[in-house]
Design a binder for this molecule. Structure first.
Ligand code: MN
Length: 418
């Protein structure tokens, strides 16, 4: 069983009503303190709390944490107990940490000043294509003579095995990749920096447990393997993609960079925001038939800031309910052939676009393949794709009564090709 904090609970730490990190969230992240020192932290309001410091300070012993463990070795049960212990230490009325000013000074770190790493090491990365509006928009643009959705789309969560080595945290600069592209009127391709660098607004889940070689994870149990969700930006080079993707799918157009937000938000924290999601028609085959309420209602936003701008401009607002396939269905599908998975595996959802303009999760769609450039209100600059110096910022949050559960931000600036 999981651990869900009551919507009415409060902490002795002051948390803004708009903060993504009230006591109901308690996500996990890894902070880099320099000199090879990395610490597992949780987040509340403006503070990151050093969990190993709490363990060494003895205040988590009654929850079974009396020895510092590596983060990726924490199993599901421990994970739940750890959040329960953190909640108890931070809840209003508990003086144990509140009145221990020495320990408090050691473990409460100002979150904004920390450099955050990936929440888990990533052995494998898979990217799905479960945003139905994105899939149909891309179909309309890339295959105008065919139905927008290919015949398999409503029978299985389409995806591909991506590249884990280029999964990077927030704030790491993204270097414009080079690749082969072929202009529509050219006979042969050329090699050089992409002219169509794009972002993809996605959510992703990290596994906290895997299955053995030859076994499959049943859809009804799939969520037990999921440690939590993050925001994912699946950076893409559209001109490279168009030339290389047939017949085997994405390769170098995607594998140069994928960025991930720092805080792993548990499904327990998202529990009050469960929804049924889209009606699936036709009904999926039995092995993918989902339990009820296995989607989540998460508001998602993309902002863009050019080097000339002083503040980011929101260019897209959408919601995770636009995913056709749920995370549980994606994991059940991935393992349905018996492929093994392991803790830290990252599964991204696919670009999440809403049904209308202004709700699209990529520049390809927002500027409709370059035909409707986005205007930056502050400077009058136009954007068809992402330019050098631009910063792309993703955020996401659930709206509760008087509180939010959020992911913080994922932002990366684009640098010129080397
Ligand atoms: Mn993608």
């Amino acid at each position: 069983m999981g651990f869900v904090v009551s919507p009415n609970a409060k902490s002795w730490i002051r948390v803004d009503a708009n903060s993504h990190f009230p006591i109901q969230n308690l996500p996990f992240g890894v902070a880099d303190l320099g000199e090879d020192s990395q610490v597992l932290v949780t987040r509340i309001g403006d503070f990151a709390v050093d969990i190993l410091g709490l363990i060494e300070g003895g205040v988590l012993a009654e929850y079974g944490f009396d020895e510092a463990e590596g983060f990726s070795e924490i199993g599901k049960m421990n994970f739940v107990e750890l959040r329960r212990g953190l909640y108890d230490l931070l809840r209003e009325g508990n003086p144990k940490l509140r009145d221990n000013s020495k320990l408090k000074k050691e473990v409460m770190l100002p979150a904004e000043e920390l450099r955050m790493l990936l929440p888990m090491e990533v052995p494998s990365f898979v990217d799905f294509y479960s945003g139905i509006h994105h899939a149909s928009n891309v179909g309309k643009m890339f295959r105008p003579d065919m139905p927008a959705l290919l015949p398999n789309y409503r029978y299985l969560p389409v995806g591909y095995n991506g590249r884990a080595s280029s999964v990077v945290p927030s704030e790491v600069p993204i270097i414009r990749p080079k690749g082969q592209t072929k202009a529509a009127d050219a006979d042969v391709p050329t090699f050089g920096p992409t002219q169509e660098l794009d972002f993809e607004l996605e959510l992703g889940f990290f596994l906290i447990e895997g299955n053995e070689f030859g076994e499959s994870i049943p859809v009804a149990q799939a969520e037990n393997y999921i440690g939590g969700l993050v925001l994912v930006n699946d950076w893409s080079a559209r001109d490279v993609q168009r030339w290389e993707y047939q017949p085997l799918g994405p390769f170098l157009a995607k594998s140069f960079a994928t960025s991930v937000s720092p805080w792993l938000v548990t499904l327990d924290a998202l529990e009050p925001f469960r929804i049924d999601g889209q009606k699936q028609d036709p009904e999926p085959l039995p092995h993918l038939r989902r339990p009820r309420l296995n989607h989540f209602d998460i508001v998602l936003e993309v902002s863009l800031q050019t080097e000339k701008m002083t503040a980011p401009q929101i260019i897209s607002q959408t919601n995770s309910k636009e995913l056709y396939w749920s995370f549980a269905q994606q994991l059940a599908h991935q393992t349905s052939n018996g492929t093994p998975t392991e803790p830290g595996d990252l599964y991204a959802s696919g670009t999440i676009s809403g049904p209308e303009e202004g709700m699209f999760g990529s520049m390809l769609e927002l500027a409709w393949r370059g035909s409707k450039p986005i205007v930056m209100n502050e400077t009058g600059e136009e954007r068809r794709f992402i330019e050098d110096g631009d910063t792309v910022r993703l955020t996401g949050y659930c709206v509760g009564k008087g509180y939010r559960i959020g992911f913080g931000t994922l932002e990366n600036q684009v640098m010129p090709s080397l």
